[in-house]
Design a protein around this ligand. Structure first.
Ligand code: SF4
Length: 300
């Protein structure tokens, strides 16, 4: 998982693949920046845009001197080559969130739910500035997927390692509950993020993220194969496994691991403990390594 190991790895083909193999290239920094700019400028969900702006205007007392982001939150990613995301790409009009120095490729894609009202909606970076992020980044740092255990603001020097972080909904929703049509509106960004990322492993934080990915897989199973050809009638079957913490499922030739979301509701009630999250991250790391096919004892 070190930066020196960024060369795409050849994966064991699934049973459904029949012919030539072609490894899709993960997207470069410009493609990621372009997508992020589109996300930040998006206004497809008027209810959510209004909510983000309202939260940003009213603020929480503890952050009353903060300049809230108050709009869609872009992906947090690790582009090919070391790129300083604290400065904008300059490729388009919107200025997406600066995120610190990020290193090379992404073999893991974390899919969260949505920005927190006073976390990512305040700081402009995924899982940054709230307790959910505190939990997640502590675990990622312990698991070797992040350079530091804290994620405070966009200029805190955080470095992701072989990892990108996205969400099924890029705007903070009221009560942390996006409407189905809002998740659907944002689906295009999830699909494009997945296609840019080309992850070996998806870590779905919560049932909504899990369901969004399995739904994507049902409709576009070919997108989950690195092979370019699937024989007619041999499309991968729909995974039967429902969401569960620690659940592992094969989607095409990728893995998906489920975890309870590190929301305060889950962590305060100890539904999710740090040991449970550490175990999931360790599983993700193991599956992200080459020749991981035989390693999962838990796959469905
Ligand atoms: S939730 Fe997604 S689709 Fe809706 S406005 Fe925000 S970025 Fe756009």
């Amino acid at each position: 998982m070190s930066p020196a190991k960024r060369t795409p790895t050849k994966r064991t083909p699934t049973k459904q693949t029949t012919k030539t193999t072609k490894q899709p290239a993960a997207g470069g920094a410009d493609a990621w920046a372009e997508l992020n700019d589109e996300i930040v400028a998006c206004e497809r969900c008027p209810r959510l845009i209004a909510h983000c702006q309202q939260v940003a205007a009213e603020k929480r007392r503890a952050y009353e001197d903060h300049d809230y982001w108050g709009r869609p939150v872009p992906n947090l990613f690790a582009p090919i080559g070391s790129v300083d995301q604290s400065s904008h790409s300059g490729a388009s009009k919107a200025s997406f969130a600066p995120t610190g120095t990020i290193e090379t490729s992404r073999s893991v894609l974390i899919v969260g739910l949505a920005p927190g009202a006073h976390g990512a909606n305040r700081t402009g970076r995924m899982f940054t500035g709230d307790r959910s992020g505190d939990w997640l980044f502590r675990a990622l740092q312990r698991g070797g997927l992040a350079s530091q255990a804290t994620s405070v603001d966009r200029n805190d020097g955080l470095t992701l390692i072989d990892l990108a972080i996205t969400a099924v909904c890029h705007c903070a929703p009221p009560d942390n509950k996006p409407l189905p049509e809002e998740v659907q509106n944002c689906r295009e960004y999830l699909v494009r993020t997945f296609e840019l990322c080309q992850p070996n492993v998806i870590l779905a934080l919560g049932k909504i993220a899990w369901d969004a990915m399995t739904n994507f897989y049902r409709h576009q199973p070919e997108a989950f194969l690195r092979t370019s050809t699937v024989a007619f009638g041999q499309a991968p079957s729909t995974p039967k496994a429902v969401f569960g913490h620690g659940r592992v499922v094969r989607l095409g030739d990728r893995w998906m691991v489920g975890s309870y979301h590190p929301s305060q509701q889950n962590t305060f009630t100890k539904r999710l403990t740090e040991a449970m999250l550490d175990a999931v991250i360790a599983q993700v790391r193991e599956l992200a390594e080459p020749n991981s096919v035989s390693k999962s004892q838990n796959a469905h």
